[in-house]
Write a protein that binds this ligand. Structure first.
Ligand code: SF4
Length: 583
């Protein structure tokens, strides 16, 4: 009987649940006790007692127009060390990858305990929450939802108990064959709420199947008693994960754990990052290298596309569960533009340096006479520095960021929404009045942020605004875990560059070319996904997913040439994106 505990906002009394075994795909743990206890309920998808989340779902900032990252994952194997606290620090370092929910699973060798809730890492965990989470290994997760809504149930790590095996998983990315896999496995509608939940269900079913075929020699008349030696040995999770992985398509950097090991996996395209670090007496895996630094681990290497890394008492083992012909390194190039922290290293290259280089290359590509170069905080700042250096135009600060506005602040009303950008960024008039400014930013998605920003700069008295973007025009939706929104919402999918310039009311506008962006990474031959710029998806996107997303909607503006003052791109008509669930 698995006796893992899944808790909500605060750990509550761990109660053994008469859960029996998982009964195969879609069944979930049988016999889980369903009882309401004063605001506490047993979640039918997990084993154990949970508390209803208190914090509610953070609203998406309606004025934050950047593409949204999908998640951060972390894992640590360090017997005798404070693994829960280390996971907390690791998640803190990965907070930028997801702010909707946070969670961790910790094993003390006998029991896996999961604590997760909606909100930021600092909201979900405090000393009181972490203190009882003692153990030798842990995984953690910060979430931004893409497939599956932003609810407590979909917060991660996802937990399953099968026979004597308990396991948990955290997922960064997005599967493109979720529906097909669920159908193939005969799951009923609603059985799984997200692609990550589906992976857990498939692994649970594989464990269950392994148990039922490992007939104990002494079982009467060839019955289906689980082989206790197999189920208890722990190698079973490795085998179940390796059996499931080839069926998954899309983007997935995964961390798994059972009572005795952690496992890290990167999809055959390596769309989302994952790296490995060494600790005194242990190992760490994380989406980005700063999460290694913060726990005192040193970077060893990136987990390779298509690689499965198992860490247990015998050390690190590498497996290759995917067929050779699926290996096609295609790291999301947006990691270098916006998503990753500047102090992260990807493909062995500094993300900060790549951003500076993007500015330098933009200065060569799109020079302009101006008095000052400024960046839009934060991701535009290194590129502005590069543009200024390459152009010889002085670098200056034109915008002050309110450092206390988090990414999840709630716009109080429709009227206040118009002030949204100003709540986060305020112009430094003394530096701007009468000047011709080059403004460097990372991307244009719907253009809402830039439109308000330019208006604000003009009100501050700038003479000219020359906008430079460190990504090419985003013309296609992402299906690999980045929320770009529907194609009909993408400004560049519907307007030419000149029309966008007109809409944003800037004097000149330039997007970096894709070849320059690739060159800026310092690893041009390493392999990148650039599908949101080119429409060339490295992993085929099923028609069922692309329907309604790949094509522009009928209401998208045509006949272009006039400024867009009404219709899809009129600011008042832009959909509130907290209702959006990207692919
Ligand atoms: S489509 Fe764009 S955002 Fe999505 S993985 Fe590819 S490059 Fe990244």
């Amino acid at each position: 009987m698995a006796s893992g505990a899944v808790t909500g906002r605060e750990p509550v009394a761990t109660v053994s649940v008469e859960d029996g075994d998982v009964g195969g795909p879609g069944m979930g743990p049988k016999g889980a006790r369903l009882a309401g206890i004063g605001g506490i309920h047993v979640c039918p998808c997990d084993n154990g007692i949970v508390r209803e989340p208190l914090g509610g779902v953070p609203h998406r900032d309606p004025d934050d127009d950047s593409p949204k990252e999908a998640c951060g994952v972390f894992g640590v194997y360090a017997p005798g060390q404070p693994v829960a606290h280390m996971t907390y620090l690791g998640l803190y370092a990965l907070q930028h990858r997801g702010q909707e929910s946070a969670g961790m699973a910790v094993s003390d060798g006998d029991q896996v305990t999961v604590v997760k809730d909606m909100g930021l890492v600092s909201h979900v965990f405090d000393e009181r929450t972490l203190a009882p989470l003692t153990g030798d290994l842990a995984i953690g997760h910060t979430r931004y939802s893409t497939t599956g809504s932003s609810t407590w149930r979909n917060a991660q790590p996802v937990y399953r108990g099968v026979g004597d095996t308990q396991f948990a998983l955290g997922h960064n990315g997005n599967l493109v064959n979720t529906a097909e896999l669920a159908r193939e496995a005969g799951m009923l509608d609603g059985t799984v709420a997200s692609d990550s939940d589906l992976v857990a269900e498939l692994v649970a079913a594989e464990l269950d199947r392994a148990a039922s075929v490992s007939v104990h020699p002494s079982a009467p008349s060839g019955g289906h008693a689980a082989d206790p030696t197999l189920m208890g040995r722990g190698a079973t999770l490795d085998a179940a994960v390796a059996a499931v992985l080839p069926r998954l398509e899309g983007a997935f950097s995964l961390v798994f754990m059972d009572e005795h090991r952690i496992i890290g996996v990167r999809d055959p395209n390596g769309l989302r990052p994952l790296c490995l670090g060494r600790l005194e007496g242990g190992w760490v895996m994380a989406s980005e290298s700063p999460a290694l630094d913060v726990v005192g681990a040193h970077f060893v290497r990136e987990v390779e596309p298509g690689e499965m890394v198992i860490i247990d008492e015998s050390g690190v083992t590498s497996r290759r569960p995917f067929p050779e012909d699926r290996l096609n390194p295609s790291l999301c190039i947006f990691e270098f533009v916006y998503f990753a922290r500047p102090d992260t290293r990807l493909y062995g290259q500094s993300v900060h340096h790549a951003r500076v280089r993007q500015g330098e290359l933009l200065a060569e590509q799109a020079p302009v006479e101006a008095d000052m170069v400024m960046g839009v905080p934060e991701s535009g700042l290194p590129a502005a520095e590069g543009y200024a250096r390459a152009s010889g135009i002085p670098y200056g600060q034109g915008l002050v960021k309110n450092r206390y506005i988090g990414r999840t602040f709630i716009a109080p009303s429709q009227e206040m929404r118009a002030l949204g950008v100003r709540m986060k960024l305020n112009p430094l008039r003394e530096n701007l009045t009468g000047k011709r400014v080059v403004v460097v930013d990372d991307s244009v998605v719907r253009g809402t942020t830039q439109k308000q920003l330019v208006k604000m700069l003009r009100e501050a008295g700038v003479a000219e605004v020359h906008l430079r973007l460190t990504s090419p025009p985003i013309k296609w939706s992402c299906f690999y875990g980045i929320d770009t929104g529907r194609r009909s919402e993408l400004l560049a999918a519907n307007l030419t560059v000149e029309e966008i310039r007109d809409y944003l009311d800037v004097d000149t506008l330039a997007f970096i070319t894709l070849d320059r962006l690739v060159a800026s990474t310092g690893a041009p031959g390493a392999g990148f996904c650039a599908a949101c710029f080119t429409g060339e998806y490295p992993v085929p996107v099923p028609v069922s997913l692309s329907k309604g997303v790949l094509e522009a909607t009928p209401e998208a503006p045509s006949g272009i040439g006039a400024p867009v003052t009404s219709g899809l791109f009129a600011p008042a008509m832009l959909p509130a994106d907290d209702a959006r669930q990207g692919g």
